[in-house]
Design a protein around this ligand. Structure first.
Ligand SMILES: Nc1ncnc2c1ncn2[C@@H]1O[C@H](COP(=O)(O)OP(=O)(O)OP(=O)(O)O)[C@@H](O)[C@H]1O
Length: 610
């Protein structure tokens, strides 16, 4: 169903750009068929539900016939025995349908909850396959809203799809059958008024669909605003700039908008509901008018007309429900569209069909004429070529926004080149399985992120089966073990979201220990620019040296010691390699590097030196 064929082609010129460039599900794709396909694993249970509904419908057909017997036979004939039998039936039948109802309801809930669970599962699965391009584009609140709010909001529709449609259709069909059996002329009259009520369905559906889509969009905005303004960084920024009142105003406005939209949605629905509820009285009145006339002129029995009128309820009520259901489903199409959009997203970085696992590598890294554009035509990198032999360190330096982060992200396929090739041990990284490639790479970012979990769990994020000894060894190498054991709960200390209970330097060293634990062959490092005090700085520096030892390292360098230790330095400017060489060679060129050195590295060195 999803658009295929992206992300796998060799070379891949211009094919894999941002998420915005990918085709998405449109309302046209959101067909009833696709919604019904959500039930595909539940056909067995649906069959039982249909069986139960049929049984209940047949039982429901009997009471009016009982009434007919009482009026036309038992009373006129004075047959007390028949009267008693009919009275017993009047109690037993509802009891029986009640029991069947409970059973059916349980099955309905089981199927509904199953469908909702599967939907959430498939969204989560597809989101985990997405490349970083998707996450840099999307707001996290929006993602949360779609995977929880949207999925929840279609629950009632999914339920009524199963419960109502099956049950009501069965009731309508059996009732129409018996109406024709009782009196075909009256039956035709009873059916004639139905089209009258079908007319507004389309218009109401369209209005409600648009309103629902808008409501869910505003809900996403609210969700995004909440996660931004109540996340640690957002909360800090809000307080520092004193923007609490303004944020509250924004929230109030969106909150009010949701309320207004829900009110309108409800009103559109209510008018329609009211219209369909007049179906019953109108039909019944017409039938009594015509049927009463037939009884008067003797062409119909009194019992027959009473039974007929009783059946009308079983016709008009379910038809009304079905019409309302159709409107409900159409309303929910807007939400399904949002859900299916996420289901259909094709990751722009994924395994090729013929991708093979990458065995243990020596760690030779090569970029060959690599260019990359985040948006078509806007190149962030152009024609980058360099090689790093196993164990070598390549330092990248250059002005802010030059493309350094983009460049180092390509080796772990956070982004794929728009043209050119990135190789590890002579193999194009797009030819191997992503998991096997990433298993050999560690990436230490500037801002070290820790999950809200214990220190041990955060370390195990690198390798699930790491033993306590291995963790401790990694932490010793990262110069953080002594600090961790000094905490009252040691390795079991919970670190808050973003590890906020730890200082910047401690967090970094835990991140470094995590990378050591992974035992990568290739290391990607974005040195922190934030100046730690000289003690932390030297700890972090020593930890990094341990980490880099014997590993091929690509590092965005901010420290003099790093550029001095580098085997090659690439000076990146506006997406291209402006200069390359060792520190002394580059200084001698008296170009960009020499300028950066005097403005950036020398100063950093002074700070490093204390
Ligand atoms: N997700 C994105 N979508 C569009 N453009 C982006 C995206 N990420 C980065 N860019 C742009 O690509 C260019 C290179 O960015 P990059 O982050 O690689 O630079 P950098 O050299 O690492 O900068 P810094 O040293 O400031 O981190 C910049 O112009 C940036 O605005």
């Amino acid at each position: 169903m999803g658009p295929g064929g992206m992300g796998g082609g060799p070379g891949g010129m211009g094919g894999r750009l941002s998420d915005r460039n990918r085709p998405k599900a449109t309302l046209k794709d959101v067909s009833m068929k696709r919604i019904l396909l959500l039930f595909r694993s539940y056909w067995g249970q649906l069959a039982v539900i249909i069986g139960l509904a049929l049984l209940a419908a047949v039982i429901g057909l009997i009471p009016p016939l009982v009434m007919k017997e009482i009026i036309d036979k038992a009373i006129p004939q004075g047959n007390m025995k028949l009267l008693a039998v009919m009275a017993v039936l009047m109690i037993v039948l509802p009891l029986l349908s009640g029991v069947l109802g409970v059973w059916q309801n349980h099955l309905n809930t089981k199927v509904t909850q199953g469908v909702i669970r599967d939907l959430g599962q498939s969204l989560f699965h597809n989101l985990q396959r997405q490349s970083m391009a998707f996450f840099t584009d999307a707001r996290s609140g929006e993602i949360v809203q779609r995977i929880t709010g949207d999925v929840q909001s279609v629950q009632s529709v999914v339920t009524s799809l199963v419960v109502s449609s099956i049950t009501q259709i069965v009731i309508v069909l059996t009732t129409v059958g018996i109406l024709f059996a009782l009196d075909w002329k009256l039956a035709i009259i009873a059916l004639l008024i139905l089209p009258l009520f079908m007319m507004p369905v389309k218009k109401v559906s369209k209005m409600r669909k648009a309103l629902r889509l808008e409501t869910q969009k505003v809900r996403s905005d609210i969700s995004s605003q909440l996660s931004e303004s109540f996340g640690i960084s957002g909360a800090l920024l809000t307080r520092i700039f004193g923007r609490e009142t303004q944020q509250e105003r924004e929230f109030t406005a969106m909150n009010q908008k949701v309320m207004d939209l829900e009110l309108r949605l409800n009103l559109v629905g209510r008018w329609f509901g009211m219209a369909t509820s007049t179906l019953g009285p109108l039909g019944t009145a017409i039938i009594y008018l015509y049927g009463g006339y037939s009884v008067i002129n003797g062409s119909m029995s009194l019992g027959a007309i009473v039974a007929f009128a009783a059946y009308l309820g079983r016709l008009y009520m379910p038809v009304g429900t079905l019409l309302n259901l159709q409107v409900e489903v159409a309303t929910a199409l807007g939400v399904f569209q949002r859900i299916f959009e996420y289901q259909d997203m094709v990751p722009d970085v994924m395994d090729r069909e013929d991708a093979r696992p990458l065995g243990p590598v020596a760690g030779r890294v090569a970029y060959k004429q690599v260019s990359f554009a985040y948006k078509p035509g806007q190149y962030a990198l152009r024609d980058i070529t360099f090689e790093a032999q196993p164990g070598e360190m390549v330092a990248l330096v250059g002005p802010s926004g030059a493309g350094k982060s983009t460049l180092i992200g390509m080796i772990a396929r956070l982004y794929d080149p728009t043209s050119g090739v990135v190789e590890v041990d002579g193999v194009d990284v797009r030819d191997v399985k992503l998991a096997s490639l990433r298993a050999q790479i560690a990436y230490v970012t500037q801002e070290s992120f820790l999950f809200h979990a214990t220190i041990a769990d955060n370390l195990r994020f690198a390798r699930e089966d790491a033993t306590r000894e291995e963790m401790e060894e990694a932490c010793r190498q990262a110069y953080i073990h002594d600090y961790i054991v000094s905490l009252p709960e040691g390795y079991d200390t919970m670190v808050g979201e973003r590890g906020h209970r730890l200082s910047g330097g401690e967090r970094q060293r835990i991140a470094i220990a995590r990378a050591i634990l992974k035992r990568p062959r290739i290391l990607i490092l974005d040195e922190a620019t934030s100046h730690l005090d000289s003690e932390s700085e030297s700890y972090v520096q020593s930890a990094l040296e341990e980490l880099m030892r014997g590993r091929t390292t690509l590092v965005i360098a901010h420290r003099l010691s790093t550029v001095l230790a580098a085997d090659h330095i690439l000076v990146i400017e506006a997406g291209s390699v402006a200069e390359r060489g060792t520190h002394s060679e580059l200084l001698a060129q008296e170009g960009l590097y020499a300028r950066l050195y005097s403005t950036q590295f020398k100063k950093a060195a002074e700070v490093e030196g204390g």
